[in-house]
Design a protein around this ligand. Sequence first.
Ligand SMILES: [Zn+2]
Length: 353
Amino acid sequence: MIIPTEPIGSIPRSSKLLDAIKRYGNSHPSVEPLYEEAIRDTIEQFEATGSPVITDGEQRKYHNFATYCVEGLPNTVPDGFKLPFADGHARRLPRLTGGSFRFLMYGYDFLDRAMKYAHVPVKQAVISPSALSLMYPAENLPEYSREEFIEDLLREHEKEIRGCLAKGAHKVQIDFTEGRLAVKIDPSGVLLNSFIELNNLALSRFSEYERSYIGVHTCPGSDRDSTHSADVDYAELLPSLFELQVGHFYVALAGEPDRARVLKIIRRYLKPGQRIFIGVVSPIDPRVENPEEIRDRILEAARYIPVEHLGTTDDCGFSPFCDDTSTSREKAFAKIRSRVEGTLLAQKIINGK
Ligand SMILES: [Zn+2]
């Protein structure tokens, strides 16, 4: 029995890369070789952790995990949806001012370069349609209806996922951090259900076979060691989450105060054919977890979830926002190494060795 283990996505950028971006902007020709160097170095260090699946650390997703695909779109302004974090800081999405909506960059654009350096499978994270739907303003745009926008959004998202699958991504992970936040914004559950519906509408464009390579990540947010929705009870989110038509779920768990309770909820709502990758290290916790405690977390989870439905992951990316340096690269890789070692320890015990 093998317990699969995968990262979420981002690795903190080096100060050299961040300084150059600050000085010259994201896409200046002099920054280009630094991105190349960052991707090569990240993949080398990632592979040295022993992680059987890696990412490019999202070194090229400048700005952040959510709007990398639309940064620079001329029909946007910066004062869109506000994402408030518990420590008082906030991030904002761009707001759409008119039609039409299209991506300027796709997740699959990053894969060629990553695969050039990688010796193990590479996964690719993409942003959910529901997150990008927040770019459309509350009042309808006169010349570009919400329906037209949703059609464009779904087309671009489908194109992005198909491109990642065609290039041989190990998995395509849809980042759905706004799921838990939706319950905070609207405790009635209406907003969350509209998100689930929209994402399922996108997923319905894929075959069951294709969906077996697609997963969804949920977390309470992770930026500058702070969260946006950790106070929302998982019981309000997970039953709806497992309605998403994908084969894999990457669920933050390490940072939860009562993990056994969450595992019970997962056991109750997880469907046949779904695999759940539980978070066993917490990127916002400054302490590096040791492999033995990770082993014990996995053995605890195995008491609730059949091992053939179980995998392990990190609670979130280590810097979903490009300029977040609250965690060092060294610490991120140390945590990943612990995840990999702890998963192997648990696997040995489960297999009776
Ligand atoms: Zn996350």
